[in-house]
Design a protein around this ligand. Structure first.
Ligand SMILES: NC(=O)c1ccc[n+]([C@@H]2O[C@H](COP(=O)([O-])OP(=O)(O)OC[C@H]3O[C@@H](n4cnc5c(N)ncnc54)[C@H](OP(=O)(O)O)[C@@H]3O)[C@@H](O)[C@H]2O)c1
Length: 264
């Protein structure tokens, strides 16, 4: 399927690893010129080089923390006029006892998982409106609609993010700017591997891969029967970034192997 994005300018904010990188790869493969950002430089630069070589694409790495004003400014300067904007960020680690969460913990979660994406969208929406076309995709989390006690630093801020996009997407669709969200379930990414120890701590387990995996399986039934790879969500992200998604507005697409059990 031709995604019809050859030559379009795309930002993948959070594009050096995991689902961000997998999305960047699909966009590069379809011929978009990419800017990818992340906080850690070495992995970012390597990812940009590898994607550029693999798909014969133009890929510019920008070291930028989406949760800070300085980081967002670096992104805006590197790519003033994208056609496509995909955003993902890493929220604070899984929490332990909810009674121990402080106002500072909540502020960190909100700065990262809510204000970061909102500020990036707020900057680029007028640019896309002016052009009469744009695509925005947030890669958030299924815990936005599937609350989890150990993911209070991720889910509530993302519930607010999808509330925001539900309203804003319906305002900007008339200008050809479509905003949608992907809500991933459990994916075996670099980011998930980094959480092994904090997950173990949150549940009082040994920080051992086998122990954590067994606990995880027992408490998270995934009807599809497996934990996904980042590449399992990237085709949907790429579709939402393309002109082919022109009638898809303000949706939250759960990709979780059926784990979240609901009608909508
Ligand atoms: N993996 C799962 O099972 C799972 C489940 C539910 C939801 N999610 C959500 O899905 C999203 C993607 O997760 P993932 O597992 O693919 O993560 P990942 O493997 O850690 O990849 C995240 C990417 O975003 C970058 N990034 C993170 N925070 C950033 C920030 N503040 N500013 C700029 N770049 C940033 C990372 O690079 P740097 O770290 O160098 O910045 C990396 O390139 C996250 O929002 C996560 O909460 C994941």
């Amino acid at each position: 399927m031709d995604l019809q994005i050859r030559g379009k300018r795309a930002i993948m904010a959070g594009g050096s690893a995991g689902m961000g990188r997998a999305t960047a790869e699909r966009l590069a493969e379809a011929g978009a010129d990419l800017v990818i950002s992340a906080r850690r430089e070495e992995r970012l630069v390597n990812a940009a080089r590898e994607i550029a070589q693999k798909y014969d694409a133009k890929v510019t790495p920008v070291v930028a923390d989406s949760s800070t004003e300085d980081g967002r400014r670096a992104l805006f300067e590197a790519c003033p006029d994208p056609d496509i904007l995909a955003i993902t960020i890493k929220p604070p680690n899984p929490n332990g006892d909810f009674l121990d969460l402080t106002p500072d913990d909540w502020r960190a979660s909100i700065d990262t998982a809510l204000i970061g994406p909102i500020e990036i969208m707020r900057h680029y929406i007028p640019v896309m409106k002016e052009k009469g076309w744009g695509r925005i995709v947030n890669i958030a989390t299924f815990s936005a609609k599937n609350p989890m006690l150990w993911r209070l630093m991720s889910g509530p801020a993302r519930s607010a993010l999808i509330n925001y996009t539900a309203s804003v997407s319906r305002e900007v669709a008339q200008y050809g700017v479509n905003i949608n969200n992907i809500l991933p379930g459990m994916f075996a990414t670099e980011g998930a591997a980094e959480l092994l120890e904090t997950y173990a701590e949150a549940f009082g387990l040994e920080p051992d891969r086998e122990v954590v995996t067994a606990h995880f399986r027992e408490h998270n039934r995934i009807p599809a029967g497996f934990v996904a790879e980042a590449a399992d969500m990237a085709p949907m992200a790429a579709l939402l970034c393309s002109p082919l998604s022109r009638f898809i507005v303000g949706q939250n697409i759960v990709i979780d192997g059926g784990q979240h059990h609901s009608l909508f």
